[in-house]
Design a protein around this ligand. Structure first.
Ligand code: G3I
Length: 436
């Protein structure tokens, strides 16, 4: 093809992709295209009720290459009555995301807020079972279609404790978070599994509490792939914002900025740019999501977004686009082999308890599925207040049991047994078995 036609074809392709040719440099002209230049996404939280608004959908499809349902995949929306699941609005968000070729983040499987009324009134093992069933059902419904799930949202306390927030879920036992992650992995092995929280936008007691949990999960093989930093920001940004992203990345998880919005004021554009540059500087910071499109779509009343109520680009928009176009560290699409066992080597586990007042022993039968196992872990949900005092034919950490040297290999269709002793009432929920 003659040179001038080649140049014209390149310009046409660039225009289609939202990329402008300026001298020798290629500068993208939309947020999504610009983020994609470094292998990242730029997303927005969207609401099913706004999809009929043509200005809204025009900006969405032009600018963004990831979406998060603002409310439509939460527990109250997806399981309004126990065991009766409604996915209509969640599916609308998914379809909209797929139609524009966007990644879809799932938000959020378990959270102390926006629980359906029936769950708010539950406690103990009944709530634990219901919660894990919720994770399994919803993650299964969306299996293979979600880029990353916020498996657990906002489980840490504000203030200086660095500990967990009190909630009905927390009162089912400290291991509720890992039980949720294991159930999510079993239901959708391809989704990245994130822990998501706010007021974690720098190195502080709360983000350090989460950091310690992630480090513990990684050391014990609890499946976790990413940490979401919500980043609902005011008029300042913590000087350790980037350092905090980096320390999570150094644990071997991705970081995503999941709900970014910034109070309008003198610093808004600068703060948006600082967040963008911080993510770009860390190769495992894989994308940014703003929590809404126009100021008028926001849950906040201080005009915290990139487009004004009329859909016009604000100064903050330009500062983000420029920061994205300045480039950054390129994420490795497959950063490291996962040390955890591949889920899907299906296994199941059944309990046979022998209880007395105040205690019990139980044997646990591990059944390999259709393929042989080379190792297994079984996670048990303990009734509130219960503890494990002793285990045999397995090692125990928390309430998760792992094979010992002689019983990890189980042939297809075969079984092996272990047991444990505990205080309180025996567990009744079906354990989560994960094979490798
Ligand atoms: O849809 C109903 C409507 O029918 C009813 O008339 C109206 C009356 O109050 O309520 C509407 O539902 C509201 C819903 O947003 C949709 O607008 C709920 O009351 C309201 O509570 C809900 O607020 C959401 C909030 O989470 C709930 O905690 C916000 O939209 C949503 O932006 C916000 O998102 C959270 C993230 O999930 C987690 N991180 C913090 C973030 C901001 O709070």
């Amino acid at each position: 093809m003659p040179r001038k036609f080649l140049a014209a074809a390149a310009a046409l392709a660039a225009a289609t992709a939202g990329i402008a040719v300026a001298g020798n440099a290629w500068a993208a002209t939309t947020l999504g295209a610009s983020a994609a230049q470094t292998g990242r996404y730029y997303g927005a939280a969207i609401a099913a009720g706004r999809l009929g608004d043509s200005t809204y959908t025009r900006i969405l499809s032009t600018e963004f290459n990831a979406v998060t349902p603002e409310n439509e995949m939460k527990w109250d929306a997806t399981e309004p009555q126990q065991g009766r699941f409604t996915y209509t609005n969640g599916d609308r968000i998914l379809a909209q995301g797929q139609a524009i070729g966007a990644k879809v983040r799932g938000h959020a499987l378990l959270w102390h807020a926006q629980q359906p009324g029936w769950a708010q009134g539950m406690s103990g093992s009944a709530l634990r079972n219901a919660a894990i069933n919720h994770v399994t059902q919803v993650a299964t419904h969306y299996r293979g279609k979600i880029y990353a799930w916020d498996v657990v949202n906002e489980a840490f306390a504000d203030g200086g404790s660095g500990g967990r927030r009190d909630s009905n879920l927390q009162r089912t036992g400290n291991d509720w978070i890992e039980a949720a992650f294991r159930a999510a992995r079993a239901a959708d092995p391809n989704a990245k599994l994130c822990y998501n929280d706010y007021n974690t936008d720098g190195i502080n007691a709360k983000s350090t509490g989460i950091y310690n949990m992630v480090r513990d999960f990684k050391s014990r093989g609890v499946p976790i792939d990413c940490v979401g930093l919500q980043s609902h920001l005011g008029t300042t940004i913590d000087s350790t914002y980037q350092q905090n992203i980096q320390r999570f990345a150094d644990l071997g998880v991705d970081v995503q900025i999941t709900e970014l919005d910034v109070q309008q004021g003198g610093n808004q554009a600068n703060i948006f740019a600082t967040v963008t540059r911080a993510c770009l500087a860390v190769s495992r910071c894989t994308g940014i999501t703003v929590w809404g499109i126009r100021d008028s779509d926001s849950w906040r009343s201080d005009n915290p977004l990139l487009f004004d109520g009329n859909g016009n680009k604000k100064a903050a928009y330009t500062s983000v686009l420029n920061a994205l176009n300045a480039g950054g560290a390129t994420p490795d699409p497959d950063p490291e082999p996962e040390p955890e066992p591949e889920p899907g080597a299906g296994c199941t586990a059944t309990l046979t308890p022998n209880a007395w007042t105040g205690g019990y022993t139980t044997s646990v039968r591990v059944n390999a599925g259709g393929s042989a196992l080379t190792g297994w872990t079984v996670s048990v949900s303990l009734p509130s207040g219960g503890t494990i005092t002793n285990a045999w034919n397995a090692t125990v950490s928390g309430s998760t049991f792992t094979n010992v040297g002689y019983n990890g290999r189980v042939p297809a269709g075969g079984t092996t047994e272990f047991g444990f002793q505990g205080t309180g009432a025996p567990p009744t929920a079906t354990p989560v078995c994960q094979g490798s």
